[in-house]
Design a binder for this molecule. Structure first.
Ligand SMILES: Nc1ncnc2c1ncn2[C@@H]1O[C@H](COP(=O)(O)OP(=O)(O)OP(=O)(O)O)[C@@H](O)[C@H]1O
Ligand SMILES: [Mg+2]
Length: 250
């Protein structure tokens, strides 16, 4: 499988504190890569480096290389990087008073798309891909915050899809949701990999086992182990990985 993102010797800091240390990792195209590890090990920092969100912090520093399809993201316009590498956060964050329709269309409108038919088509298509269309098609003018938490998270996924990204980063997308909504999002992630490259941060080892093709285990800012999920889960090479997967640490 083709490498979509290649990370080389990545270091990242908050002020004096080094949150990522020498990360080397290749993220495969049209696959789901799960980032696992205990709280504070650098998972969110890592994915925020990938689409250049980390740099937005005034005390942030970053070193190393991140290649998207072989091209350095640092040589690209950050706005373009974030269009190609979309993100969905832990807490559903739709624009609360904006309509469901506009929550999905906003990115396109900001990119200058005005044509009503085009907007309608992409909004419908994105909501279908996010497995939300049937639940909202008759109330597109209702505000985003009129939906349940699980629906709001799928709305955020539709918003991320609408601008046609190549990679979607998910930072613990189900941890604020009830189990049934979480399963819907998990099913959706598996559907999404047909068309996108997916990276998901999760604390939930079972979830990583269910949905991911590859798994990266982080520990105190370092990448301890990376490999095919089935192989890492059945036969971890590192003692630390095994201890985490069996619940002895974490
Ligand atoms: N804004 C910040 N300023 C200083 N240190 C920070 C900041 N954000 C995160 N850190 C530190 O960087 C390290 C990595 O944080 P990060 O948020 O990437 O961890 P995480 O693996 O996503 O944890 P969690 O599972 O709790 O979300 C932690 O030790 C954290 O305390
Ligand atoms: Mg985090």
């Amino acid at each position: 499988m083709k490498d979509k993102i290649v990370v080389k010797d990545l270091n990242a800091w908050y002020g004096e504190f080094q949150a990522l240390k020498g990360i080397n990792l290749a993220i495969k195209e049209n696959a789901i890569t799960a980032i696992l590890g205990p709280s504070g090990c650098g998972k969110s920092t890592f994915i925020r480096c990938l689409n250049r969100l980390h740099e937005l912090r005034s005390d942030a520093k970053i070193e190393g290389e991140i290649l998207l399809d072989g091209r350095s993201v640092f040589s690209m316009d950050p706005v373009e990087v974030r269009r190609k590498i979309g993100m969905v956060f832990q807490r559903p964050n739709p624009f609360p008073t904006m309509s469901i329709y506009d929550n999905v269309a906003i990115g396109l409108k900001l990119n200058g798309v005005r044509d009503r038919d085009t907007l309608d088509r992409i909004v419908e298509d994105s909501l279908k891909k996010a497995a939300l269309w049937d639940e909202v098609k008759d109330k597109l003018k209702m505000p985003g915050n009129s939906l349940s938490g699980g629906q709001q998270q799928r709305l955020c996924i539709a918003r991320a899809i609408a601008t046609n990204p190549e990679v979607i980063l998910f930072d613990e997308p189900t941890s604020a949701l009830d189990p049934i909504s979480a399963v819907k999002i998990e099913d959706l992630l598996v559907d999404l990999k047909e068309n996108y490259t997916v990276v998901i941060v999760t604390h939930n080892i079972q979830q990583a086992g269910r949905v991911s093709d590859y798994v990266a285990f982080f520990w105190m800012g370092e990448l301890v182990e990376f490999g095919r999920t089935a192989e890492v889960f059945e036969n971890p090479k590192e003692e630390l990985t095994e201890a985490y997967l069996t619940g002895r640490i974490g």
